[in-house]
Ligand binder design. Structure first.
Ligand SMILES: [Zn+2]
Length: 286
């Protein structure tokens, strides 16, 4: 195909000779029109329709999560490091953590909308680690220094988390680790990497994962700012001790029931195990 005098297909507005010619001649390729090119064809054939279908199917649930996240951000976003008596320098690091958490959560939702189920879970696992870090650095200013130097160790952080955070939070972390962190051919993962189309199972698990993660973010931030808020939802100020009286936990439970009813898995497969234990916040006595 000759491009002489024609505009380059990449859309730059230059002629092919002035634009992409130098790359394609190195590749020994005569390029086709952009819409005939494999990736672009794939985007228009599968990717966007998958996202559109996902949003159409799940609007009610995404809306709830979105509003809930907005409410959390509304209360906690403007506040700096909870122990700012020490120095303002920690505000930046703490705000960075909160920003990362929100971005990772949005990224995970984005992946799910495109049917990228495994990356969705991988991101949520990182999200939980950010929540754990928020807790650890709030509890102890020395940990804030360690965090800023990149010296926090997963093992020690988890050890501390287990002492104070409700058990369902670490259970959820282990669930994400077991199902999403290792999914290559060398691992016996429960969940095989899913195809792109948002099937019921993917939607059911994904939405519940997102709702639970948002709730965990709220629980984490409330604990971080416990001394600054008048009526905590999850914690009792003296202690602090986690209680299970919040109506938000009922919301999460109702959300789970509705999602499971709306998106029952089409066919039973061995990896389609999603226990209520993973999504029902409950703390066992330690
Ligand atoms: Zn070009």
């Amino acid at each position: 195909m000759s491009f002489e005098g024609n505009l380059c297909y990449c859309g730059s507005g230059k002629t092919y000779e002035e634009c992409c010619n130098k790359y394609f001649s190195l590749l020994h390729i005569s390029p086709r029109k952009i819409e005939e090119s494999y990736l672009f064809e794939w985007f228009s054939k599968y990717s966007e329709p998958v996202k559109t279908t996902f949003i159409k199917k799940t609007k009610k649930y995404l809306y709830q999560i979105s509003e809930y996240l907005d409410a959390i951000i509304g209360v906690y976003y403007e506040q700096g490091y909870p122990k700012s008596i020490v120095s303002d320098v920690y505000d930046e690091g703490f705000t960075g953590l909160k920003n990362s958490a929100i971005n990772v959560l949005l990224g995970s939702t984005h992946c799910l909308a495109y049917g990228l189920f495994i990356p969705h879970g991988v991101l949520l696992r990182s999200f939980l680690e950010i929540c754990f870090t928020i807790h650890i650095v709030t509890e102890d200013i020395k940990k804030m220094e360690q965090f800023e130097k990149g010296e926090l160790s997963t093992k020690k952080v988890l050890h501390k988390i287990k002492k104070i955070m409700p058990e369902f939070i670490t259970d959820f972390y282990y669930y994400l680790t077991a199902n999403f962190a290792h999914c290559g051919p060398f691992h016996q993962a429960l969940l095989m990497p899913r195809a792109c189309y948002p099937e019921n199972y993917t939607i059911m698990v994904g939405l519940n994962n997102l709702a639970l993660s948002t709730l965990i973010y709220h629980i984490t931030l409330e604990l971080a700012y416990l001394n600054d808020i008048s009526s905590p939802q999850f914690w009792i100020k003296e202690g602090p001790t986690y209680t299970e009286t919040s109506s938000i936990l009922d919301w999460q439970y109702l959300f789970y029931e509705d999602v499971v009813a709306d998106f029952p898995p089409d066919e039973k497969k061995f990896y389609m195990k999603y226990s209520r234990k993973h999504v029902k916040p409950k703390m066992k006595k330690r």
